[in-house]
Design a binder for this molecule. Structure first.
Ligand SMILES: Cc1cc2nc3c(=O)[nH]c(=O)nc-3n(C[C@H](O)[C@H](O)[C@H](O)COP(=O)(O)OP(=O)(O)OC[C@H]3O[C@@H](n4cnc5c(N)ncnc54)[C@H](O)[C@@H]3O)c2cc1C
Length: 414
């Protein structure tokens, strides 16, 4: 075996590439493994993930619940998570010195609140155990000859390997997949996921910074709606309700070129009837109070004032002055305020690409290509994406484990 022939080569020095290397070394320390990374840095997304804290997974005990957080890849991942689930992630990192903690919303971070502790552990358990790391190795072509893959970089460096893992992450542009399509694989076209909505013409800017804890946002003409905290920003709307919608509606919103209408219900949990009854009950108890100055349903006062303007409630009116017609107009702006979305902004904390290698071309029991023997795919290069909250890293760790188990012949849980 010469210097440039490996048992396993992994293309991509990100979360799933490094985890694959760690797992292969754990299962079979004797294998000759390399990671090929196009840039001169590795694990750069892990570094900036979760605002520099790395939201490495999400506290969910049951796989049936876990898979519900993936707009794409849910069925494929069912098998994958059977082999390496959230509990395994926590255990793996904790056994190697990365203690984790759960935040109120279920997101899990290292206790250090520093992504560097995750990076150090991944490097220690791969490169530290003999994995050959080659940076500035930008793979442009792969061909298979006599059972060996020949991997060629843009600088025309070539190396050979018996088994090959593609862990190159999501590409935003379709032509970036060309070298994988040349292998015979096909892709679901990439579109962005996890973005916020630009709402430039609705005059919400003066309310920026205000938020409500449980709004419901619906896309007009679609069944899609999501509830959760909603934040008014200087460009439009953000917060979990919007991010979830952007993930589940990624492809449909792309097809609409990010021009669509939404209906916002600012207090997601109440029915129309309950809202009307509560307004009427307040009116009876406090007839002399000004409508505009006395917000209901814990809607922030400035937002309430804006909603009352839109409901054409004169600021001089007291609750005693409003009749059924006014109450109905109030209901409309509280329960389904229409807003025009014109464009998107990529969320600075976390974004992913929806799309990638078609899942029907990959075996989810091994992550091996169904078209080319000994070729494997892990992580975001696949047509898998999760919502915000640690789900994308969980998919990276789990797909990497399944590939490593198959490559080394270890099958922990079949
Ligand atoms: C700002 C930001 C914050 C995020 N925060 C979180 C979070 O907190 N929690 C969470 O679960 N998810 C988060 N995500 C998503 C998460 O980072 C990704 O889903 C995850 O990194 C995917 O891992 P991967 O190994 O598949 O791909 P990547 O981490 O993208 O790694 C792929 C690697 O392959 C290299 N590569 C690509 N093409 C080639 C080539 N031809 N030759 C050689 N190398 C190549 C790339 O340079 C890269 O280093 C975040 C994403 C972003 C952008």
């Amino acid at each position: 075996m010469n210097q440039s022939t490996f048992d396993v080569a992994i293309i991509g020095g990100g979360a799933s590439g490094f985890f694959s290397a760690c797992k292969i070394k754990e299962y079979n320390p004797n294998l000759k493994v390399c990671i090929l990374e196009k840039s001169n840095k590795v694990l750069s997304k892990v570094k900036i993930s979760g605002g520099g804290r790395c939201n490495l997974t999400h506290a969910i005990n049951y796989n049936s619940e876990l898979v519900k957080h993936y707009p794409n890849g849910k069925n494929f991942l069912k098998k994958v998570f059977q082999k390496f689930t959230v509990k395994d992630t926590i255990q793996w990192f904790e056994e190697r010195g990365v203690k984790t903690k759960v935040e109120e919303d279920g997101r899990m971070f290292p206790v250090s609140d520093n992504s560097q502790s995750v990076i150090d552990t991944l490097i220690k358990n791969s490169v530290g155990l003999g994995v050959d790391l080659r940076t500035s190795f930008d793979v442009k072509h792969i061909n298979k000859d006599n059972g060996l893959f020949h991997v060629t970089s843009r600088k025309e460096d070539v190396l050979m390997t018996s088994k090959l893992i593609i862990a190159t992450g999501g590409y935003p542009k379709p032509n970036q997949f060309d070298w994988l399509v040349d292998l015979g694989h096909s892709i679901n076209l990439p579109v962005p996921s996890l973005f916020t909505f630009n709402i430039p013409v609705e005059g919400l800017k003066h309310l920026m910074g205000l938020s409500v804890p449980n709004a419901k946002v619906q896309i007009v003409g679609e069944k899609l709606n999501y509830s959760g905290p909603l934040l008014i920003t200087h460009w439009g709307l953000s917060g979990p309700a919007v991010l979830k919608l952007s993930a589940w509606g990624a492809r449909m919103l792309n097809a609409r070129d990010y021009q669509f209408e939404i209906l916002v219900n600012w207090i997601g949990e109440l029915s129309e009837q309950e809202i009307i009854e509560q307004i009427k009950s307040y009116k009876e108890k406090h007839p002399k109070r000004s409508v505009t100055s006395n917000s209901l349903f814990e809607i922030p006062q400035r937002l309430w004032g804006e909603l009352m303007i839109r409901a054409q409630i004169d600021e001089k009116l007291n609750y005693a002055d409003i009749g059924d017609k006014s109450i109905n107009r109030m209901l409309e702006v509280i329960f389904r305020l229409p807003l025009k979305v014109l464009g998107k902004t990529t969320f600075k904390e976390e974004f992913v690409t929806s799309g990638g290698i078609h899942l029907n071309e990959v075996d989810n029991k091994s992550m091996q290509s169904k078209l080319i023997e000994n070729l494997y795919f892990t992580g975001e290069v696949l047509d898998i994406d999760g919502i915000t909250g640690g789900f994308n890293f969980q998919a990276a760790w789990s797909t990497a484990t399944v590939a490593a188990e198959h490559i080394t012949g270890i099958n922990n849980r079949d």
